[in-house]
Write a protein that binds this ligand. Sequence first.
Ligand code: GLY
Length: 709
Amino acid sequence: MKGNEIRKRFLEFFKDRGHTIQPSRSLIPEDPTVLLTIAGMIPFKPIFTGEIKSDLKRVVTSQRCLRTNDIENVGKTARHHTFFEMLGNFSFGDYGKKETIRWAWEFLIKELKIPKERLWVSVYEEDEEAFDIWHKEEKVRRDRIVRLGSEHNFWAIGPTGPCGSCSEVIYDRGKKYSCGRPTCGVGCDCDRFLEVWNLVFMEYNRDQEGRLRPLPRKNIDTGMGLERLAMILQEKENTFDTDFLKPIIDYTASLSGVGYGPDRIKDLALRIIADHMRAIVFLIYDGVLPSNVGRGYVLRRIIRRALSQGRNLGLAKPYLHKLVSIVIDIMKEPYPELSKDKEHMERIVLGEEKRFLETLEQGMKVFDDLLIHLLREKRKEISGEKAFELYDTYGIPIDLTQEVAAEHNLTLDKRGFDMAMEEQKKRGRMAWQEIGQSRVKTIYNRLAKELKATRFKGYDRTTLKAEILAIIKTDKRVKKAKAKDEIDIILDITPFYPEAGGQTGDSGTITKRGTRIEVLDTQRPLPEIIVHRAKIIKGSIRKGDKVEAGINIGKRLATTRNHTATHLLQGALKRVLGRHVRQTGSFVSSDRLRFDLTHFAPLTDEQLSRVEEMVNEKIRKNVKVEVSMMDLKEAKKRGAIFLVGEKYGKRVRTVKIGDFSLELCGGTQVEATGEIGLFKLVSESGIAAGVRRIEALTGKGACRFMKEI
Ligand code: GLY
């Protein structure tokens, strides 16, 4: 049975049992607290925890997943992967253990006709109910049901979050595959007893203190590795020989001129490359680019691991990018969109290959010198510090250092390396704290608790009557202030937009009879309070004073024009460059706009001119800009663009410009695009690997620029 057929059979089976088939979601979870989609249940986490109310009761998916915790095992065992697909059926407070177990058994035995004799079952040692269902209802022999402790049969998403006891179906591949240890049995980590399907009875949420709290409803979350199932049904020795991975191995083998089978080291390399290649393709497909942080680092590490394996196959030149199309061929049936991104993916991979090979070459020279030195001195170990330097400066992965060390009979101080790594992370954290946020925060934390939240009315008002609730001078609360004082003012209500979402804060004036205060900037140190950074020009103020707050309208309008223009710019970039384009940052002030985006190469003159023309065309059409509040879920359903990693509330503000752009955004917007007047790109540059920066002008600024050139 072809792999694609197995996926289809699974989805249909559960569809027939009242489940809605949902498409796989991205490897980048919507939940910003989770780095990667590591299981089929990740997209449903907020439904399990009760954070989101949903009408869904039964869902079935084949979810693309990525795990790095097993990366060292990939290729060595018959079954471990970084990228894989997880087949799963889910119940949100609907059916329970009985149906879950019955359907799992029915699917494996009746639908797929896997011989019963091959299967074992494990249950959580305290779960009598599950034991009874397997034994009494499904007639599984007692001696085929194994009770295991929480290390095996209690599944959790992570240290905190939804979790519950579980029951697993295990496929016995026969004695031949056993590790031979006397303890080898169900639960052994060797290649004999293959965990096929994990049925999780999701009933708890683990809180920060480690306590288990019952979830509002009892749920079901199951997960079955599609590649493992294919291995059983296609009667293969391992997952790498299934039609999901074998074509990648064959192609790489043909590229390098080596065969698959005779040589342990070469076979391992071929398997690692095949596994990693799928991860690479899907990470890039989901918008990740190689970098030194977060998901970008996961991708970089996987590309580099795969690439260094090429050495074992005699592949010295970039070759990984040639495998992109092989992966697409295998996966295009469930993912028809993959083909559209082929060139983009090939470019990213090739770019990273070249970059890595260059640095590696330099690094290897340094490494060689180090080895000569160590061997001459008859030393036995590479220090953690040196290994870290090789990694940090030259990108030599620790696995590679370890391998080369072993080739020369040297050991590696891995602990020292880990410590150096931790040190570096700590330095990073400190650098952030040094900006003095904590001290300022204390006073605002206190004020936020004490005062009512500032009401922001600046979307439709430019002046307002307000009351002074607090005055802060050099981080201390004061009752009054006089001319020349530089102070922070908190009002009960304000038209001043506080800096957020890349848009700079408003400036303007706060006045009362005989007093004039200039507001230089507006900030929102905490969600509840808006702070006006101000200087008293004339007169004095006291807490409780009634004042008139008015923004600098000209400046606000110019900023607003630039803001709406960034939405148009993003829409145009996606159309001209492709759907991989993502905003990584933006800065919108009254005199210019800056937009950072993910893209692998400098934009050509032709692309830039098409982008500029497209934006100006939308301006000439004077498209209405519609701002509305809606549920986050609804916004996502409509395909709104949101920032990866940003935390959004349940209700979100969306900005829609015809059918050209839909974004979640809290900034100020023009009423119709014609107000922008003119859009002029002024610069394009690279600011990091795979990140480009565009600067542009609108309105008066753009006109002035045109006159000057
Ligand atoms: N969520 C179940 C599993 O990952 O095994």
